[in-house]
Ligand binder design. Structure first.
Ligand code: BTN
Length: 264
C-alpha cells in the first residue's frame, strides 16, 4: 500500500510515509513517533483503526479498507497562537484533495467536519504539543479521516442517517491510495503556506463552511444557546448572534455547534 501511495505522489515532496495495516489511531502513533524525534513531514497512514478518535473524545469509525485514515507531523517554528487556523487550513486542503480525486467538493461543518448533502464524509483532528517554556510549538499532528468505500449498509445503524462515503455520494468506487497521495500533496502545500497565507486560507474556509449563515445551537456541556452563525475570524473562532441579539465568540476547544434540525 505504501508503494501505491508513493506511486501517486509527486517526486518533489520530501515526506516519509509509514503504512500500518492495523493501528489504534494514526494520531496516537504519530504522537509516539514525534516524542521519539520523528522529523517534520512524517506521515502515518493505516488500513484500519481500532481506536480512531475525533474531537471532544468522540470516536471515528474506521473499518478496514473502507476509508482514508492518515496523519501528518508538522514541526513549524512558531508560537501556538500562530497556528490557531491549522484545523481550518487542513479542512480546506482536504476539500481540495477530495475535489481533485472524486470530482465533488465537500462543505465544511464548523470547525472540522467534511460534509456532503447534510451527512458527514470525514473529519479532521488536530493536536498540538507546546514547549513548556514560552509557548512555541514542539509539533502538530493533523489527522484526517475520510469515508471512501462504504455502502449505506456498511455504516453502523446509529451512524447511517448522518454518515456519507465517497461511494454513497458519487456512486463510484474511489482508490484510497490516490486520495491519500492527493491529501498528502495538499497538506505539503499547506505546510508551506500556513504561516504566510493565513488570509487566503481563511477566505477559502469561509467559502467552504456551510455553518455560516445557519441557525445553530451551541452546546456547552448541558447548556444550550440558540442563534445564527454570522462570522468566522482569522483564528477559526465562530461568531454567533444569539436570539436576544448579543454576539458570542465560540472557539473550537470548548463547544459543539449543531444545526437547529440535526447534525448539520
Ligand atoms: C472528528 O470526527 O471529530 C475528527 C475525525 C478525525 C479522524 C482521523 S482518522 C486519522 C486520524 N487518527 C485518528 O484517531 N483520528 C484522525
Amino acid at each position: 500500500m505504501n508503494q501505491l501511495i508513493l506511486s501517486h505522489l509527486p517526486g518533489d515532496i520530501p515526506w516519509q510515509v509509514q503504512w500500518f495495516d492495523t493501528i489504534d489511531s494514526t494520531n496516537n502513533k504519530l504522537k509516539e513517533l514525534a516524542v521519539q524525534g520523528a522529523p517534520h513531514g512524517t506521515v502515518v497512514a493505516a488500513g484500519h483503526q481500532t481506536g480512531g478518535r475525533g474531537r471532544m473524545g468522540r470516536s471515528f469509525h474506521s473499518p478496514e479498507g473502507m476509508g482514508l485514515y492518515l496523519s501528518v507531523l508538522l514541526r513549524p517554528d512558531c508560537a501556538a497562537s500562530e497556528l490557531m487556523h491549522l484545523t481550518c487550513g487542513t479542512a480546506v486542503s482536504t476539500c481540495n484533495a477530495v475535489e481533485k480525486t472524486a470530482g465533488i467538493r465537500p462543505g465544511i461543518k464548523w470547525i472540522n467536519d467534511l460534509v456532503v448533502g447534510n451527512k458527514k464524509l470525514g473529519g479532521i483532528l488536530t493536536e498540538l504539543s507546546v514547549y513548556p517554556d514560552g509557548g512555541n510549538v514542539a509539533y502538530a499532528v493533523i489527522g484526517i479521516g475520510i469515508n471512501c468505500c462504504q455502502d449505506v449498509c456498511d455504516f453502523p445503524a446509529d451512524l447511517r442517517d448522518m454518515a456519507a462515503s465517497l461511494k454513497t455520494v458519487t456512486g463510484k468506487q474511489h482508490q484510497i491510495p490516490m486520495l491519500a497521495a492527493a491529501v498528502i500533496t495538499e497538506l505539503y502545500q499547506l505546510s508551506l503556506d500556513i504561516l504566510t497565507k493565513k488570509d487566503t486560507i481563511m477566505a477559502q474556509y469561509r467559502k467552504d463552511c456551510i455553518t455560516l449563515g445557519q441557525d445553530v445551537v451551541i452546546l456547552r456541556g448541558e447548556k444550550k444557546q440558540y442563534g445564527k452563525a454570522v462570522d468566522i475570524d482569522g483564528d477559526g473562532c465562530l461568531t454567533v448572534q444569539l436570539r436576544e441579539g448579543s454576539f458570542v465568540q465560540v472557539s473550537s476547544g470548548e463547544v459543539s455547534v449543531r444545526g437547529m434540525y440535526g447534525y448539520v
